[in-house]
Write a new protein. Sequence first.
Length: 163
Amino acid sequence: MSVRRYHASLFAGTLVLATLSLLAHEAHAQQITLSSTRSLNFGRFVAGTGGTIVISPAGVRSRTGGVVLLNSPTVGQAMFNVGKSSNGGNNKAVIISLPANGSTRLSSGANSMAVNAYTNSPSALVSVPNGGTSLAVGATLVVAPNQPPGNYTGTFPLTVNFQ
């Protein structure tokens, strides 16, 4: 790229920014705040011949295959509080991005299990009200046949942005 073109594009960019700053008298940066209020917990189980454990966004636990569910009082969906940094941002759509299938694993030592099919409720947010709102997240844990027992833990990414 020649020096002349570089200066021309820099000048054009500066001119556009100057024009935009004249049009936006009260521009305020908006940020969404996200805080965890409850962890996703699949509870205690016996792997048996394998299958899945599903936690719905409402906190309902179910299974498929040969997995045997054991009594687990701490079972439940993940809960988050979604807020905003100031009073602006009304009527802005909110995009919620959950992890892709298999991108999250729970581990116990050298053993692990995939977490798939993340779901959330509400499934979409039209805007974030003043004071914030709750977001529930459920998922499916894939249990291998004869999965070794252990205390499996992990984290998952959750992205929430104004559109």
